[in-house]
Write a protein that binds this ligand. Structure first.
Ligand SMILES: NC(=O)c1ccc[n+]([C@@H]2O[C@H](COP(=O)([O-])OP(=O)(O)OC[C@H]3O[C@@H](n4cnc5c(N)ncnc54)[C@H](O)[C@@H]3O)[C@@H](O)[C@H]2O)c1
Length: 351
């Protein structure tokens, strides 16, 4: 991972490449394309650019097929480099194309949302959606490099910043109280004032994720801890609808349920539960109320892909830095935690 102030490593990587193909979308390219071309990339490169649609629905096989066609038309080969320039949608789609076009071409991830900087650009998961579900087609394919230029975050919307902060808070719960404290105290508006805090947080979150991924590159074991808050979160996304609740917002609310269940079933003390919930309050207050019935959040958990033998699998926290993946058999506890989560979110953290 290279931060924009230290571009030597990127230049070295690109020095071996004949051509680069930037894959992006119109929104990102209009805002920051010139900055990428003029301030970040070496001047002597031969650059092509391909735009895809903006939105989750473009993470699709149609987009991928059209990108393959353009790459063949341009005569791109394995000595060339694909640059994925955008948020997670662009990163996952362009990453999958880089993994599969001519059995793999060099890939550089240049993430432009907070979520893609701290989460999706690191870890090697690339892929697209299928009509049966999200991220069902894909490949593990690590980028040769990731370039992060936090100044691009100035144009990102508040909801998208909150989504990224939710993943940083998650990383804090899994690894570091200091990271958690800083993330919880930050204004979800990126500005000059808080840029150093953001820079530090981005570094810490990436370092944490890269460490977990290095120990379990193909997601067969320990990497599951990264799903802290996600079982409740996916249930919220399903129940509320993906538009009303974005993924990161649902994970933020989902961590309330996960912490409560950790106290019921995972050995988290009552005192620590109270302390940890405090960290979520500043961001929770930006969320929309949870409008559905308890059962509407519980039923999607039955089809969670982590479940084993009828038991629901959760990531529970004993304390900061001590997550465990556990099967929970007590439906009564799960129900209680869902009820708690609904009240906590709807009362803006009063409980
Ligand atoms: N591969 C992984 O490990 C992994 C991990 C987490 C999420 N994901 C995937 O990432 C996707 C979500 O990523 P996302 O949250 O970045 O969403 P996104 O890519 O849709 O970006 C959100 C919006 O912000 C715009 N945008 C991007 N950068 C901007 C900037 N600097 N200023 C203004 N607008 C900007 C985008 O055009 C888009 O409209 C999902 O498809 C999810 O499945 C993948």
């Amino acid at each position: 991972v290279v931060f924009s102030g230290f571009r030597g490593a990127l230049n070295q990587q690109l020095s071996k490449t004949a051509r680069v193909v930037i894959i992006s979308n119109g929104t990102v390219f209009a805002l920051h394309g010139q900055s990428l071309l003029k301030e970040i990339l070496p001047a002597n490169l031969q650059v092509e650019s391909l735009m895809i649609g903006d939105g989750e629905k473009y993470k699709s096989k149609n987009t991928v097929n059209s990108l393959y066609d353009h790459l063949f038309d341009l005569g791109i080969d394995r000595s060339d480099t694909i640059i994925a320039f955008g948020g997670g949608v662009v990163g996952d789609t362009a990453g999958y194309v880089a993994a599969t076009y001519k059995r793999g071409v060099n890939l550089v991830q240049v993430p432009t949302t907070l979520l893609s900087m701290v989460d999706s650009s690191v870890g090697g998961k690339t892929g697209i959606n299928h009509r049966l579900g999200k991220n069902l087609i894909g490949a593990f394919y690590h980028p040769g490099g990731v370039l992060i230029h936090p100044a691009w975050l100035t144009t990102l919307g508040r909801r998208e910043m909150i989504e990224g902060l939710a993943e940083i808070i998650k990383a804090g719960f899994l690894s570091s109280a200091a990271m958690l404290r800083t993330a919880s105290g930050l204004d979800p508006e990126y500005s000059q004032v808080n840029s150093q805090d953001y820079l530090r947080l981005i570094r810490s979150a990436i370092t944490f994720k890269a460490g977990v991924v290095a120990g379990d590159p193909y997601d067969k074991g320990r990497r599951a801890i990264l799903n802290f808050g996600h079982t409740f979160g996916h249930a919220i996304e399903k129940a509320e609808g993906y538009r009303r609740y974005h993924h990161g917002e649902a994970v933020l609310a989902g961590m309330v349920g996960a912490l409560h269940l950790s106290q019921k079933q995972g050995g988290l003390s009552k005192a620590l539960l109270g302390e940890y919930l405090e960290y979520l309050i500043p961001l929770i207050s930006h969320l929309k109320p949870l409008k559905k019935e308890v059962g509407d959040y519980i039923s999607p958990m039955a089809v969670d892909k982590k479940n084993k033998g009828g038991k629901r699998i959760f990531v529970l926290l004993k304390r900061i830095g001590r997550p465990e993946v556990r099967a929970v058999g007590s439906m009564a506890s799960i129900k209680e935690s869902v009820e708690f989560m609904i009240d906590f979110v709807n009362n803006r953290g009063k409980w």
